[in-house]
Design a protein around this ligand. Structure first.
Ligand code: AMP
Ligand code: AHG
Ligand code: MN
Ligand code: MN
Length: 345
């Protein structure tokens, strides 16, 4: 009997990077008792995002820019890409059979899937709509919850869960490249799409939000409507102080996904405070603030409404708004000191 021939082992090499599929599969293997439904849900989300990516890239040519002429529940004019992205996500997620309830920024009420599954998915299908026709970064944001009664009859109220119960959140940023940033509760990982083959490859493993930063991101045009406390913070962050790196640089894109992504990677602070025009803030709790808050906390950053933790807010309405402050722990902490009058300079 010939000596056993050592089995050929493929030498590990980095000729091919880690794909999103492999990353998610590893997560399934590490999850005791996983049936594969969650994995399949994430693969469906990835498919929807790749379909939206493809149309975003063609938007300028395929008469996909501009408005549909309708107004959504937010009272905003609906852009063709808003509607397209919404249709893609609703269709792909409904057909997946993994969602009991689906909530979208573009739909008045949460919808019950025709093939109910064990998850709730909430999303902003196209974030940064005002930037679509100026070719500035836009995105998709989502949050996933496990239903309390996976086999029960789904009800729309199952969408009203506090962000601390999220099991997965992520966003796609359709920028110079399309990146997909994801957390399933084990850190935050970034993937970049290779459009030539339609695969996401791991490009930013274990993203950590720096403990402090040097940039602030706020719409200064709202200054006249801010509270005196927010104005004091705004003046403070622009004062000269060598010892703590002020004045901070100002960056504001006007797409939450773009401003949040930069803040997640570079640190600093993003704020959309409430103001006289938007007394509850402008950004939506369930499909903008909560998923971003989950990701920032998973990456060692912080997310508040100025004072309290975003993830602890108990929602009462699908489209309710909240003030939102995201960023490095120390920068979000300093903001809180101003808005609670613990400090005035
Ligand atoms: P499942 O039975 O596939 O619905 O998974 C049950 C739970 O296990 C999910 O709700 C997740 O919390 C966890 N899990 C399953 N698959 C994965 C995965 N691919 N990555 C991370 N967590 C997972
Ligand atoms: P959406 O396009 O989904 O309605 O979101 C737009 C939001 C968010 O992307 C961004 O942070 C904010 O609007 C910008 O608001 P202002 O233009 O008032 O600064
Ligand atoms: Mn948005
Ligand atoms: Mn939107």
């Amino acid at each position: 009997m010939p000596e056993s021939i050592p089995s050929m082992r493929v030498a590990a090499s980095n000729v091919v990077g880690t794909t999103l599929r492999e990353h998610v599969l590893a997560g399934m293997r590490a999850a005791p008792g996983a049936t594969g439904e969650f994995t399949s849900l994430l693969n469906h989300m990835s498919l929807a995002i790749r379909i939206i990516h493809s149309r975003v890239r063609q938007a300028g040519l395929a008469d996909l820019l501009g408005y549909t002429g309708e107004t959504n529940v937010q009272g905003e004019q609906v852009q063709k890409l808003d509607e397209y992205a919404n249709d893609v996500l609703l269709t792909v997620l409904d057909k997946s059979g993994h969602c009991g309830v689906i909530g979208s920024e573009e739909v008045d009420d949460a919808v019950i899937s025709s093939h109910p599954g064990k998850y709730v998915v909430l999303f902003d299908p196209l974030d940064g709509s005002s930037n679509i026709d100026t070719n500035v970064g836009i995105g998709t944001i989502f949050a996933v919850y496990r239903r309390a009664e996976p086999r029960g009859v789904p009800t729309v109220d199952e969408a009203l869960r506090p962000g601390r119960e999220i099991v997965c959140a992520g966003y796609a940023l359709y920028g110079p490249s399309t990146v997909f940033v994801l957390s399933t509760g084990h850190g935050v990982h970034g993937f970049t799409l290779d459009p030539a083959i339609g695969e996401f490859f791991l490009s930013s493993p274990d993203i950590r939000c720096p403990i402090s930063g040097s940039m602030y991101s706020v719409n200064e045009g709202n200054h006249p409507r801010w509270s005196p406390e927010v104005r004091r913070w705004n003046a403070w962050i622009k004062e000269e102080s060598k010892q703590d790196g002020r004045p901070y640089g100002m960056r504001y894109v006007g797409s939450l996904v773009a401003d949040a992504h930069r803040t997640l990677l570079k640190g600093g602070i993003f704020a959309y405070p409430s103001d006289r025009k938007s007394p509850d803030g402008k950004l939506r709790l369930l499909y903008e603030a909560n998923p971003m808050a989950y990701l920032f906390e998973q990456a060692g950053g912080a997310a508040t409404n100025g004072v309290d933790r975003i993830l602890d807010i108990q929602p009462t309405k699908l489209h309710q708004r909240t003030p939102l402050v995201l960023g490095s722990k120390s920068d979000v902490g300093a903001y809180r000191q101003f808005v609670t009058n613990e400090r005035t300079e």
